[in-house]
Each structure stands twice: as structure tokens, then as C-alpha cells.
Design a protein around this ligand. Structure first.
Ligand SMILES: [Zn+2]
Ligand SMILES: [Zn+2]
Ligand SMILES: [Zn+2]
Length: 366
């Protein structure tokens, strides 16, 4: 893997990753102005959690036509200048123009003893899976998804070493239903200055399990799913995909390391291969389910980077689709948003069976 860093005049970096080809040449274009919008963390004392206030995000490009896609290559000095200053690339990463966290976030003061503010320091990166505008994880060659896993490993490793980064959150929003504003295949990475609450809740549950059993919770879950099998969708070397026993949402899928791996960095090369294959297969199963690209959020959970050693950190990826049937969205309503308890209208075992059948259709139809 070769890597090239280019620093833009507006202070943001772009990283090019080359695997099969040489690194691309930079196409110099005029830089757009980039303002500092209000970006800060506000402490919500009622729930004891941080909220990101980032007003610049309102100005984001919203579903531009393909010829003005900011994630496609910049073809020449005179062509439309995208976020990627090169006429070609294999995989690329750049700092988000509309970040929730930024290294140069302004310093802030508390409003009162009750209302605390914190600097929104950190990084927000965009990860481009492919230069091809119409590609998806499952349509990309397996080698390209494998390279994506290598890029994730590189970003996790580098951001983990960055001063003040407590959590490296790798994720993808897919589909307009999720609020995606750009359709070009991409994911994101947020380098958080704190450990986000969902992760803290998982850490607390894993700690309780460890105290009781002296074992890793995710290792036990994976063993039980594989032994039972009714909720398993597919497996590859080092990873298994399954619908959780108590899935919050219909068609929710977890992809977990079958051996105890705290983060991407502990994966063996064959396990990186297995992860790439399984991610493609999960997306194939989703897309063949109802015959359209399934929207989802994909969230990767792994070891926090705040320097605290915790029992039970275990790499897994959570897919959350917003549909409960082919034409019905699952809305989060009062019981979910006001009481925090999810009502799942489907049986996880039935969803797993449907996804298994869907995967067979997808793979037979090739
Ligand atoms: Zn594009
Ligand atoms: Zn484990
Ligand atoms: Zn998790």
C-alpha cells in the first residue's frame, strides 16, 4: 500500500491510497473559501451527554447531479473542482468540509455552572470507496473492499495516536432515507474527543459480564450464535454475520470477529480478507431482499483510544436498516425516542431466514 498526503490551501488534508496502480498526480485548482462556523460541544445535564452543535453543516451540498459530485475525481485544472484534486484515484480520504469536529475548533467557555461547553476538537474524515460514482460495496471487486479494510486500519491506527482522540468511529450512512446528501460510495470516520454514549453503554454491559464470568461478552455471544445457528446469515474466515437475539430494528445485522480481536489492528491478513468478503455478502443479501439498494447505517465498534484498558472490547460492525417491510419505513416514535425502548415488529429469527434466502438468490443470480 502506498500513501500520499496532500495539504490543501484551506488547511485540510487529502490522502491518496494506491494498491494496484501508482499514486496519482495532484490537479491544482483554485481553493474555495472555508469559514469557521459555530462548532462546539454542549453538555446536556439531563442525560449527562454531549451534543455537537455544528451550524456549518446546514450549508452542505444536497444531492448534486452526478457531473457536480464533489467525491468524483477532478478531471483537469479547468474541470469542476471536486474534493479530490486528482484525475484518478483508487481509494482516498479527505477532511470533511462541513465537520462536526475539527483540529482548529474555537475555544469555548461554559455558559454557566449548569451549562458546560467543550471544544469540538477532533477530526471528521470522508473515506471514498471507489472513484466510480455508481459503485456500491457489493458491486465493487472483492480486492477493492479488501483495500478499504486496509485503509480503515491505517486511519484507525493513525487517528488513535492523535492527541486528544478518545474514540475512532468508522461508519457509513447509505441511502436518502438515512439522510445521505451524496450518493457516491463513501463512508466516514469521526475521531471523537470523548467516548460516545452508545459505546459507553456497551462497555458497561461488557464489564458487568466480565465481572460475572471472566469472559468477553462478544466472544460469548458469537459462540452462542454460531452454536445455535438460527440467526446466522453467513460467515467467512474470522467473521460471522447474524441478526442479534434482541435486535432493536427489523433486519438489523451484526458482523463480529469470531476470535477475540479488540480492534482492526489485531486482525490477521486472512481475517481482513474474511471481513471484506462478508461485508460484500451482507450488502448483497440486503440488496436482493427487496430488489433495491437497502439503506442503512453501518457502525463499527472497537477499542476506544483514550488509553483506558477495558475488558470486553471486541470488534464488531452493526448494520441498521430503516425499513420494516419493502414499502414501510420504521419510524422511531414515542416509545423509542421518549422512553428509549425499541419495539421490533419482526422476529429476529424470521429476518435472519429471509436474509439467508436473499443471499442465496443474490449469489445464484451472479
Ligand atoms: Zn461521484
Ligand atoms: Zn471477545
Ligand atoms: Zn456495538
Amino acid at each position: 500500500m502506498q500513501k500520499l498526503r496532500f495539504d490543501r490551501a484551506d488547511g485540510r488534508y487529502v490522502l491518496f491510497y494506491a494498491f494496484d496502480e501508482s499514486l496519482p498526480a495532484i490537479v491544482e485548482t483554485a481553493e474555495q473559501e472555508r469559514g469557521i462556523d459555530q462548532v462546539e460541544l454542549r453538555w446536556n445535564p439531563v442525560l449527562a451527554e454531549q451534543v455537537i452543535v455544528s451550524t456549518g453543516r446546514q450549508g452542505r451540498t444536497f444531492l448534486p447531479p452526478a457531473e457536480h459530485c464533489p467525491l468524483c475525481p477532478t478531471l483537469s485544472e479547468d474541470a469542476f473542482a471536486t474534493e479530490v484534486p486528482a484525475a484518478r484515484y483508487e481509494l482516498a480520504v479527505f477532511e470533511n468540509r462541513f465537520p462536526s469536529f475539527r483540529p482548529d475548533a474555537p475555544t469555548v467557555d461554559d455558559e454557566s455552572a449548569l451549562y458546560g461547553r467543550m471544544r469540538a476538537s477532533g477530526r471528521c474524515e470522508v473515506v471514498l470507496y471507489s472513484p466510480l460514482h455508481e459503485a456500491t460495496l457489493s458491486s465493487l471487486p472483492e480486492s477493492q473492499v479488501r483495500h478499504l479494510v486496509d485503509v480503515w486500519c491505517d486511519r484507525y491506527g493513525e487517528l488513535a495516536m492523535t492527541e486528544g482522540v478518545s474514540y475512532v468511529f468508522v461508519f457509513e450512512n447509505r441511502g436518502k432515507e438515512i439522510g445521505v446528501t451524496l450518493t457516491h460510495p463513501h463512508g466516514q470516520i469521526y475521531a471523537f474527543p470523548f467516548v460516545p454514549p452508545q459505546v459507553q453503554q456497551e462497555q458497561a454491559a461488557a464489564f458487568v459480564h466480565f465481572q460475572k464470568t471472566a469472559r468477553c461478552l462478544q466472544c460469548d455471544i458469537v459462540a452462542e450464535e454460531i452454536a445455535g445457528g438460527s440467526r446466522v446469515i453467513a460467515s467467512e474466515q474470522g467473521f460471522v454475520a447474524y441478526v442479534p437475539f434482541a435486535a432493536r430494528l427489523p433486519y438489523e445485522v451484526y458482523v463480529a470477529a469470531t476470535a477475540h480481536r479488540e480492534s482492526l489492528l489485531e486482525l490477521l491478513p486472512v481475517e481482513r480478507d474474511g471481513l471484506a468478503r462478508l461485508l460484500r455478502r451482507v450488502q448483497s443479501a440486503y440488496d436482493a431482499l427487496w430488489g433495491f439498494p437497502m439503506p442503512y447505517t453501518m457502525s463499527m465498534h472497537q477499542r476506544a483510544t483514550d488509553g483506558v484498558q477495558r475488558a470486553g472490547d471486541h470488534l464488531h460492525i452493526e448494520f441498521m436498516p430503516p425499513y420494516r417491510t419493502k414499502d414501510k419505513l420504521k419510524y422511531l416514535a414515542g416509545v423509542e425516542t421518549g422512553a428509549g425502548t425499541f419495539i421490533n415488529d419482526t422476529a429476529p429469527e424470521a429476518c435472519a431466514a429471509e436474509l439467508r434466502a436473499s443471499l442465496v438468490r443474490a449469489e445464484d443470480g451472479r
